[in-house]
Design a protein around this ligand. Sequence first.
Ligand SMILES: CC(C)(COP(=O)(O)OP(=O)(O)OC[C@H]1O[C@@H](n2cnc3c(N)ncnc32)[C@H](O)[C@@H]1OP(=O)(O)O)[C@@H](O)C(=O)NCCC(=O)NCCS
Length: 190
Amino acid sequence: MENKTIEQAGKLFQKHSISDKDLAAGFEFRNIMADEAEQVVEIEQICFPPNEACSEKNMKDRVAKAPELFLVAVDKETGKIAGFLNGLSTNEHSFRDEFFTNANLHNSSGKNIMLLGLDVLPEYRRQGLATELMYRYLKRERENNRQIVILTCLQSKVKMYEKMGFRDEGISDSSWGGEEWHEMRCVIGT
Ligand SMILES: CC(C)(COP(=O)(O)OP(=O)(O)OC[C@H]1O[C@@H](n2cnc3c(N)ncnc32)[C@H](O)[C@@H]1OP(=O)(O)O)[C@@H](O)C(=O)NCCC(=O)NCCS
């Protein structure tokens, strides 16, 4: 099973190094900067309903404590963030809701990553930007010797994450926002 997800991630890396050069040319991909915290707070409120969105305080804590676990796509024309991924690293193996609310759980040398959010502003959607962000994030974290990237998502997003190389592990323990979540994982290293 693990080999299969590594293989899937490998295919994603291969596909992207060929196909998404044009998309990538319009954006700068990098870690977040401290003065961009307000931007990601705002984007999170646009992208998620109030029961699912990360609060301003929690997002600012994440930016302060784990900026290296963000990846932002900055539109080169406007200089503003168009989309981003963020997470925390840990040696834990399965998701619990406290990762959403307590950035102190971040352990910079942790082998695994709990992904906490993938956001793309509406005007930038359906061009492959989320896929590009994920590809670059997985590649970067594989190079950082991480092993497993774990996330939770609603049923409606399971197929999207499967396309991005993740495997559905079934219903998670999470009850975030009063909803039912699937836990998904992508093995990127051993
Ligand atoms: C979901 C989201 C990140 C997708 O961003 P995007 O840049 O449009 O995604 P991509 O263009 O890379 O799409 C890749 C694939 O994901 C799937 N997909 C995209 N948006 C989707 C959506 N809203 N629901 C289900 N699947 C979706 C499609 O299969 C798509 O491939 P296709 O265009 O060939 O059909 C974006 O719509 C968003 O920020 N939504 C609100 C926040 C959210 O739901 N985040 C994910 C939380 S688990």
